[in-house]
Design a binder for this molecule. Structure first.
Ligand SMILES: [Zn+2]
Length: 301
């Protein structure tokens, strides 16, 4: 990542869980597709490999990063942000992102590993695990080997267009080396187990504290009777009300928070424009009205 001045936002809720050895068939975190509107190249990319970075921004979640790059133009971006709960895709894989200088940007996909606040081994292990899974998935889909996976450090040394050395120091802080990361990605490609301690909850569910808040509000307004577990599904979707300009209340406020705009609970023209932009970015009819299809995208379903 070229930009270092992301304002640290809220910390994600700490998830409990006992460390265990990950079985070979463990499910990767579900990737949420939340394309950003700002910081887009709109240039075609035929990726030949992957560059792995860290955000150099302690405490910021994938969602915090995504919302920042959506809101503020900084001429920087990445395809994926991976934290201790979630993988968020912010740039389509067939579009150039701005993460490692012009040469690498036009050749590689990018993953930004998020950093927990302070030294938090449990959270790091989950970020590491989610990164391994996502990188292995890319290798399988594109037919790459781990030789096609590069660090930003390697990119800087090779093309001399940036001077960043991530994510080597971040890995080292937790006793991992670049070679260990590639080795674990290779094992995952092969379907072997990887001895990384992970918390089961983060692996079994993409826990989204935002969704839990929405589910609780739906229950409070008697629009549904949901389990407020933060996991969106058909029941949650069906309970989401139609929202349009003029609507007021906590569910409108939730949508505003989800879109990264001022959350005043009042669906006015600014909210409508943000909804239209979101709909365009997700290939939906851009009518500014939040019906079931738009809810589906908002919930990452
Ligand atoms: Zn970087």
């Amino acid at each position: 990542m070229l930009n270092k001045k992301i304002i640290p936002l809220m910390l994600a809720a700490v998830l409990g869980g006992t460390a265990f050895l990950m079985p070979a068939n463990v499910q990767a975190a579900v990737v949420q597709q939340q394309y950003i509107n700002n910081n887009r190249s709109h240039q075609a990319l035929n990726p030949i490999g992957l560059v792995i970075h860290d955000t150099d921004n302690e405490g910021a979640t994938a969602q915090n990063n995504r919302d920042y790059f959506n809101r503020v133009y900084v001429a920087a971006s990445a395809h994926y942000f991976v934290d201790w709960n979630t993988d968020i895709e912010t740039i389509p894989e067939n579009e150039v992102a701005w993460h490692a200088g012009p040469t690498a940007n036009h050749r590689y996909l990018s993953i930004e590993m998020c950093m927990p606040y302070g030294h938090d081994t449990d959270k790091f292990n989950k970020v590491y695990e989610n990164t391994v899974q996502l990188a292995a998935d890319m290798c399988k889909r594109y037919g790459w080997s781990t030789q096609d996976i590069r660090s930003h450090y390697w990119v800087s040394e090779t093309f001399h267009e940036t001077d960043h050395e991530d994510p080597i120091a971040y890995l080292g802080e937790y006793g991992k080396s670049w070679d260990m990361l590639l080795n674990d990605i290779q094992k995952t490609i092969n379907g072997q187990s990887v001895s990384v301690a992970v918390a089961p909850m983060a692996q079994s569910a993409t826990v989204n504290s935002l969704v839990g808040t929405l589910q609780a509000e739906i229950n409070r307004q008697a629009l549904g009777n949901l389990v407020a577990d933060g996991i969106p599904g058909p029941k949650t979707l069906a309970a989401c009300p139609l929202l349009k300009q003029g609507t007021k209340g906590n569910i409108t406020k939730w949508v505003q928070e989800r879109l990264g705009i001022t959350a005043d609970g009042d669906f006015g023209p600014i909210t409508r424009t943000a909804v239209i932009n979101f709909q365009k970015a997700h290939g939906l009819t851009p009518d500014g009205v939040i019906g079931q299809n738009t809810w589906k995208a908002l919930l990452g379903l």
